[in-house]
Design a protein around this ligand. Structure first.
Ligand SMILES: [Zn+2]
Length: 504
């Protein structure tokens, strides 16, 4: 395996990554609270950590990836009450939607996907341990963590509690020893899901689940912890306080990774845009892989501008959206899939090449990608290498003259294999090129409201005109189609067509 250096948010510097067990990585990422459809911000974070997981695998590590589902939480209960649905049923429904949406972006299913509702016993056990060693206290049916008992609090965010509270009106809660103490267990309120506990019926607070799940599935100490930057405070600080409070100062996550935010360009208030930034809407509009390519074209820690424009009707109601950033990503994706299709067809026409050397330029992609990913998962550098390799493949396909026939075949076979192999580390290029191109054409047909039957009628007419050697007519038909945004491709296997992308 390749040694990795990564930027650890806890140490605030790039450090060598040394897993507890060489070659093996235990990784935990805070997952969704499923109370509504997943939006693009959720996808951005899920893709970031899926790419890290895939990159580690590409670099030779065996990864155990745990991502939880917070299926018991205030937001779920509130939403369930609003729509008169059972909170557990609502959470299960949106959790299934979340996983379906993420699969469309190439996000692999976690090895373990623990839920709060199935880890109540582990959560209660951990809270009992914290009470027994004096880190937590019970007040009536609640249990709170006492921050004064954990002097290292704030080390991850770098903030001191008094600074955090500066200018903030502190709510006086007589049941807390300090306003900063946070809930581990909440006494049951009417209409809420509740479980039996040593402190009466109730449910866990938000933060304790991640401490209970990591110790259950990865042990007291594990390698990598990930999540969005917005989780650093208070969620991740509280996780550290709970876990180290229970198991000692040298335990819990050894390295922390946090992904940057998406900045909405053009339209600011995502919430007011209805469902247009929901994952399923985006995947329908531009394809899931376009979002994936867009994400991995940026470093996961950098903030990223996301350019889109809502489409409104006469009453200013949002009825759809144009995702310019993603449409551009889809055009890049098309370039790669056309390249892969050409390589596949070239190799299929002459059989697999025998063993032997390849052109030295074609040997660079794999080691260059390895070096870039080992340096803090630098996916934009990998993207540049992928472009170079695809350009080389197209050059060899277009002009093979003067190159040994077998060397050319072997080189193209290597480029095809490595484009897909390196692509897999980023979660791209896994589709069959023909299937991707057909789906892209169908999306463009929809976006540009193209009448497919009319296009095919004209193409049939053009075939007949060419057969009758009426080239004036066949050229006129091609010109008519071009004006309508249709590109005609005459190939040895017949005539094909594609939709010109309106890159405006
Ligand atoms: Zn968490």
């Amino acid at each position: 395996m390749t040694p990795v250096r990564l930027y650890d948010s806890f140490r605030r510097e790039k450090v060598p990554f040394e897993p507890i067990e060489p070659g093996k990585v235990g990784m935990y990422v805070c997952g969704p609270t499923p109370y509504t459809a997943a939006h693009i911000g959720h996808a951005y974070s899920a893709i970031a950590f899926d790419t890290i997981r895939r990159s580690l695998r590409f670099l030779g590590y065996q990864v155990r990836f745990v991502r939880n589902i917070t299926d018991v939480e205030d937001k779920i209960i509130k939403r369930a009450n609003e729509v008169h649905e059972d909170p557990m049923a609502l959470a299960a429904r949106y959790a299934a939607d979340y996983n379906r949406d993420m699969a469309r972006f190439g996000v692999l299913a976690p090895d373990v996907e623990p839920k709060v509702s199935t880890h109540i016993a582990e959560i209660i056990g951990l809270i009992e341990r914290l009470i027994a060693n004096g880190s937590a206290y019970q007040v009536e049916g609640d249990v709170n963590f006492e921050i004064a008992k954990f002097p290292a609090y704030g080390a991850l965010s770098g903030m001191k509690l008094d600074e955090l509270r500066a200018g903030e009106r502190v709510e006086i809660d007589a049941r807390k020893r300090s306003p900063d103490d946070f809930a581990l267990w909440k006494a049951a309120k009417p209409g809420e899901p509740a479980w039996d506990s040593p402190w009466g019926k109730g449910r866990p607070g938000w933060h304790i689940e991640c401490s209970a799940m990591t110790v259950t599935h990865l042990g007291e100490t594990f390698d990598l912890h990930g999540g969005g930057k917005d989780l650093i405070f208070p969620h991740h600080e509280n996780e550290i306080a709970q876990s180290r409070g229970a198991y000692g100062p040298a335990t819990f996550a050894r390295y922390w990774l946090h992904n940057g935010f998406l900045n909405f360009k053009g339209e600011k208030m995502a919430r007011s845009l209805g469902n247009v930034v929901d994952c399923s809407e985006i995947a329908d509009a531009v394809g899931g892989e376009a979002l994936r390519l867009f994400c991995v074209s940026h470093h996961f820690r950098s903030p990223v501008d996301f350019d889109f424009q809502a489409i409104r009707d006469a009453d200013q109601q949002v009825i759809g959206a144009r995702f310019y950033s993603l449409e551009a990503a889809d055009r890049k994706l098309e370039y790669f899939y056309i390249t892969l299709k050409r390589i596949d067809e070239f190799l299929a026409a002459g059989g697999e090449p025998g063993p032997g050397t390849v052109m030295p330029e074609a040997e660079k992609l794999e080691p260059d990608a390895r070096a870039a990913l080992a340096d803090d998962f630098n996916t934009p550098v990998v993207m540049a290498s992928l472009y170079e390799a695809a350009a080389l493949a197209n050059r060899l396909l277009d002009e093979g003259k003067g190159i040994d026939k077998q060397l050319r075949r072997r080189t193209l076979a290597r480029l095809g294999k490595d484009l897909r192999g390196v692509g897999d580390a980023l979660g791209v290029f896994a589709d069959d090129p023909k299937a991707y191109l057909a789906q892209r054409r169908a999306r463009l047909v929809k976006r540009r409201a193209i009448d497919v039957a009319a296009v095919e009628r004209l193409l049939a007419e053009r075939v007949a005109a060419r057969a009758a050697k009426d080239f004036t007519r066949s050229d006129a038909i091609r010109a008519e189609l071009t004006r309508a945004g249709i590109a005609v491709h005459d190939t040895p296997h017949g005539t094909d067509w594609s939709v010109q992308d309106d890159a405006s």
